[in-house]
Design a binder for this molecule. Structure first.
Ligand code: HEC
Ligand code: HEC
Length: 202
C-alpha cells in the first residue's frame, strides 16, 4: 500500500502541470494579438512585454485584475483582427494565479527587444542627464535591467511612455513614493526629454 502511494505521487506532480500547454498557448495568442508577435510591439501606443522582469509582469497583471491601473481600450493588431476591441482589465479578469505565473514566466524569460523609433538627439542628451541624476538608482543600465524589478524603460515604445507619465501625473496609476517625488519635480519639457532619451536606447 505504502509503496503504491509513493509511486503515484510524483506522477501526479509531473503529469498535470498547473496550466495545460494548450490553454497557455491560447492565452499567449490573445496577449500577442495586441502586444505583437512574441510580445514585441511594433506600435508606439502599445508596450513591449517580452523581456520585462517576471515579477513586474505578474505584479502588473494582478494590478489590472484589481482595476488599479487605467485600462485603455485597444484593437487587436495581429492574428484575428476582427475580434472586438478590449482592454487589459478585461483581458486578465478571468486568469487564475497559476495562469498569471505561467504567462509571467513565458514573457519574462524572453529577450528584451528595443524598439526602433525616431528620437531627437538633443532632447535625448538632456534626458540622459536627468536620468543619471534622478532615475538610474532604481532603473539601472538606462532602464534595461530586468533584475531591477522596476519595469523596463530604455527601448520601450515612446507613445506608451508618454501615456504612462500622464497617468502618473494625474494620479490614476500608483507609483513608488520616492519616484513620485522625482517625477513631480520635473517640468513637461523635462519629461519629454526623458521620453526621447529612453527612445534613443536601441
Ligand atoms: C486588447 C489588447 C490587449 C490584450 C488582449 C492584452 N493587452 Fe496587455 N496591454 C495593452 C495595452 C494597451 C497596455 C498599455 C496600458 C493600458 O492601456 O492598459 C497593456 C499593458 C500591459 C502590461 C504592462 C506593461 C508595463 O510595462 O507596465 C502587461 C504586463 C501586459 N499588458 C501583459 C499582457 C498579457 C500577459 C496579456 C494576455 C493575457 C495581455 N497583456 C493582453 C493591451 C492588451
Ligand atoms: C525609488 C526607486 C525609483 C526611482 C528613483 C524611479 N523609479 Fe520609476 N519605477 C520604480 C518601480 C518600482 C516601478 C514599477 C512600478 C510598477 O510596476 O507599477 C517604476 C516604474 C516606472 C515606469 C513605468 C514603466 C512601465 O513600463 O509602465 C516609468 C515610466 C518610470 N518608472 C520612470 C521613472 C523615471 C523617469 C524616473 C526618474 C525621474 C524614475 N522612474 C525613478 C522605481 C523607481
Amino acid at each position: 500500500m505504502k509503496r503504491h502511494v509513493l509511486s503515484i505521487v510524483p506522477m501526479l506532480v509531473l503529469g498535470f502541470p498547473a496550466v495545460a500547454a494548450a490553454d497557455l498557448d491560447a492565452l499567449i495568442e490573445d496577449c500577442d494579438g495586441c502586444h505583437g508577435k512574441d510580445g514585441v510591439s511594433e506600435w508606439s501606443d502599445m508596450p513591449t512585454i517580452a523581456g520585462l522582469g517576471e515579477f513586474v509582469i505578474a505584479d502588473n497583471l494582478y494590478i489590472y485584475q484589481d482595476e488599479a491601473r487605467p485600462c485603455a481600450e485597444s484593437e487587436y493588431r495581429i492574428g484575428d483582427t476582427s475580434r472586438p476591441p478590449t482592454d487589459m482589465c478585461k483581458a486578465v479578469a478571468d486568469l487564475s494565479d497559476d495562469e498569471i505565473d505561467a504567462l509571467a514566466a513565458h514573457y519574462g524569460n524572453m529577450e528584451w527587444v528595443k524598439a526602433k523609433q525616431e528620437f531627437d538627439a538633443e532632447l535625448a542628451a538632456v534626458g540622459e542627464e536627468i536620468h543619471m541624476r534622478d532615475c538610474d538608482r532604481c532603473h539601472s543600465d538606462a532602464g534595461t535591467n530586468p533584475e531591477d524589478e522596476a519595469s523596463m524603460l530604455g527601448g520601450q515604445q515612446m507613445g506608451y511612455m508618454r501615456t504612462t507619465y500622464e497617468e502618473y501625473a494625474a494620479g490614476t496609476r500608483e507609483q513608488p513614493k520616492k519616484m513620485k517625488d522625482k517625477l513631480d519635480a520635473l517640468s513637461a519639457d523635462e519629461i519629454e526629454a526623458l521620453v526621447h532619451y529612453y527612445g534613443s536606447i536601441q
